[in-house]
Design a protein around this ligand. Structure first.
Ligand SMILES: Nc1ncnc2c1ncn2[C@@H]1O[C@H](COP(=O)(O)OP(=O)(O)OP(=O)(O)O)[C@@H](O)[C@H]1O
Ligand SMILES: [Zn+2]
Length: 691
């Protein structure tokens, strides 16, 4: 091993390497390379954690894994393979999520340095917080195609992973997805929602049925009178019934009751629902009306049975008949897997799961056909649905190499040499492919994670969001807390408790009804992450299909209203809050009360991974489409079941080449990242990625 060979490393570094304990988080494309490099450099005390199993599609770039390992734990197999380089090394493997409470601050404190090689924002945020708390230097790395990045995160010295706000996610209004798709991505998102409605963790805002409350469906005169119509409960009920809510709520049960009869389901989604949409005639005054399709005319009885050759042709655009056939077969497999699950367990959509991907590709294309939208091959749909930027083994290897060199610098406390490094495809004006940062960006004093008194502003529709949504959607999904306690700053009353059985009774109450209104400050405390955060509430009345909340990282951006400005001059902070609360509280009581209208958040293109592509404009590459950036929704291991990886033969789309030529790169169109400027130093810490 390098550390044992005199002359390779200075003696002092050799010693440091031998006695250091390091943690590798993630055993994917970068993680495998990092582990191999660590072992070959002479590290002998390594722990590695990864929650996933090896997929066939990993083999082209994750060289610690081979065909016989498919389906096995990545962390364990990586350990076994790495041990073959140095059987004397002590490597501990955890097949687990790093966000599990088994790996708390004390676990992190054991290490001299942590090397993170993750693929999603939620896990990165968590590791960032843990390392800040444990005061352990973190070498954070990511790649996206040909772009790579390695940066050091060290408490007090550098920016943390969450110091700078991340790029907003591209989202689509719910009405577009449900009623008026006009691009292939709209149909793909709809198909992923359909998968979740039938088999996955179904979200209320992922409804796939026609939405009769679409403002576009109303006449201008109706639109004017909208507010009175909505507040009229009777009308609302009628509207709910008319727009199919009753059926919608029971889609999963209905499908089960039908024994997942392919014809019945197909006709419901692609004929009856489309006919329903056609009745909303205003929608089609300026748009081309959809044309429903009928199962029997596409697939006469029995025609759906058996595997067909075209199902394996992933670069071909399937005909609508072929899609119907694939729909039927995928439905059969998915429903069989779903029925085997216990309790509330659900399937998790995974681009690498053949039937799950087949289902989405087929449904998306049938819907595209109906709406006269260009249909796509399964390969293209997989790329868009998974928001995949092809992983390049070489970029991973370079990035992992830099990561481990940064770990050396950390051990030697050579902080000045730990500036971020960016890997680029082409030489910049300084003839660099590896572009180092010129300086350490200073920690953001307003960072809601690493500043001394972290606070954020939260613009939220307090009349529509309930306490459960505040916890699940804002605190957990958006702010990546695990199990927060929340108190109201001015009164000290507990709004959300991490202890079971204490505050469940609050869950269905709207924020406004709990007097969580404009100006209220909430104190959140995530004990496990050792993370405290103040949230300053700013109420707004959300429009239909507008997001019902928005996190504003810098609270100064929240402009108080005119009347509040006067108060804030006159009164100290606490009085101001109390005054605003009572004023707004009364207003709410006298107002129309809790809204029952079903407003949902806009749909976000989602994927489990590869999602937090934060991009720097590249002036040299103008024609690139923006990637549909997705949320980093990690499925909960407790309630969601990842289907076993398929053991199919490697097909064309799994065979992502190690190095793509430029034409391949262009084809990656909608899933591509904009690259950073090649002729300049990169902007400080703007990309934070990905493999
Ligand atoms: N919370 C987590 N805890 C532990 N490991 C995680 C967590 N989240 C993601 N990972 C792991 O991080 C690794 C990232 O590696 P990589 O980006 O190469 O992903 P991949 O799933 O192997 O490949 P791809 O997404 O391209 O198919 C994955 O192995 C993934 O399982
Ligand atoms: Zn920070």
């Amino acid at each position: 091993m390098a550390a044992a060979i005199d002359g390779v490393f200075p003696a002092s570094l050799q010693e440091l390497v031998k006695k250091s304990k390091v943690l590798v988080v993630g055993a994917g494309g970068i993680g495998c390379e990092v582990l191999k490099n660590l072992v070959l450099s002479g590290f002998t005390d390594i722990e590695i954690i990864d929650l996933d199993t090896i997929d066939l599609s990993n083999l082209n770039r994750q060289f610690l894994f081979h065909r016989e390992h498919v389906g096995k734990s990545k962390a364990r197999v990586a350990r076994e393979s790495a041990l073959s380089f140095n059987p004397d090394a002590k490597i501990t493997a955890y097949h687990d999520s790093v966000t599990s409470t088994d790996y708390g601050v004390n676990f992190f404190k054991k290490f001299d340095v942590v090397l993170s090689a993750l693929d999603n924002r939620a896990a990165r945020n968590h590791v960032n917080r843990m390392c800040l708390n444990a005061d352990v230097p973190l070498v954070e790395s990511g790649t996206s195609g040909y772009n790579g990045q390695v940066e050091l995160i060290k408490r007090g010295l550098t920016q943390c992973y969450e110091c700078m706000p991340k790029e907003a996610q591209r989202s689509f209004p719910g009405c577009t997805i449900r009623n008026t798709p006009s691009e292939p991505i709209h149909c793909i998102v709809w198909a992923k929602h359909l998968f979740n409605q039938l088999f996955g963790e179904s979200q209320e805002d992922e409804d796939i049925s026609p939405d009769a409350a679409d403002p576009d469906a109303k006449d201008a005169s109706e639109k004017e009178g909208e507010s009175t119509t909505v507040s009229n409960e009777k009308d609302k009920e009628a509207e709910d019934t008319a727009n199919g809510n009753v059926v919608r709520i029971n889609t999963r049960q209905w499908a089960k009751d039908c024994n997942y009869d392919a014809g019945k389901l197909f006709n419901k989604f692609f004929n009856e629902d489309i006919n329903y949409l056609l009745q909303m005639s205003n929608l089609w005054k300026t748009r081309k009306a959809p044309v429903p399709v009928q199962w029997d005319t596409l697939l006469p009885e029995g025609a759906a049975d058996g595997e067909k050759e075209f199902a394996k042709q992933h670069h071909k655009v399937w005909s609508v008949e072929e899609c119907a056939h694939i729909f039927a077969n995928a439905l059969k497999e998915l429903s069989a897997s779903f029925l085997k699950l216990e309790g509330d367990d659900t399937l998790v959509w995974d681009k690498d799961d053949r039937p799950a991907m087949d289902f989405v590709a087929a449904c998306a294309n049938v819907r595209s056909h109906i709406f006269n939208i260009e249909q796509k091959s399964r390969f293209e749909i997989k790329s868009m649905a998974g928001n995949i930027i092809p992983a390049i083994a070489t970029t991973n290897a370079i990035t992992a190499g830099i990561s481990v060199m940064r770990a050396f610098n950390v051990l030697e406390s050579k902080w000045e040499q730990c500036k971020a490094v960016y890997t680029r495809l082409r030489l910049n004006a300084r003839n660099q492919i590896l572009v180092p940062e010129l300086f350490f960006p200073k920690p953001n004093p307003n960072c809601y994670v690493c500043s001394s008194d972290p606070a954020i502003g939260l613009k939220i529709d307090t009349k529509k969001v309930n306490i459960k949504q505040l916890r699940d959607d804002v605190l957990v999904k958006t702010l990546n807390m695990l199990n927060p306690d929340v108190t109201v700053e001015s009164t000290g009353s507990i709004l959300i408790s991490s202890e079971e059985g204490e505050t469940e009774c609050n869950e269905d109450k709207l924020l406004a009804d709990m007097n969580i209104v404009d100006g209220v400050i909430l104190k959140c405390d995530d004990f496990f992450q050792n993370y405290e955060l103040s949230i300053i509430i700013s109420h707004f009345d959300s429009e239909r299909d507008e997001a019902v909340f928005e996190v504003v990282a810098d609270p100064k951006q929240l402009q108080p209203k005119e009347q509040d400005k006067e108060e804030s001059v006159a009164a100290p902070e606490e009085t101001k809050v109390a005054k605003k609360r009572s004023a707004n509280g009364n207003e709410v009581a006298a107002d129309e009360g809790p809204s029952t209208s079903k407003k949902s958040r806009p749909t976000i293109v989602e994927d489990d991974d590869d999602d937090d592509c934060l991009l720097i404009e590249d002036e040299d590459e103008t024609a690139q489409e923006e990637a549909p950036v997705a949320s980093d929704k990690l499925s909960s291991p407790k309630t969601a079941t990842k289907r076993k990886p398929s053991t199919d033969v490697i097909d064309a789309d799994e065979d992502i080449t190690e190095i793509l030529d430029s034409s391949d790169e262009e084809e990656a169109g909608p899933t591509k990242c904009k690259r950073s400027r090649l002729d300049e130093q990169p902007k400080p810490v703007e990309i934070i990625n990905i493999d």
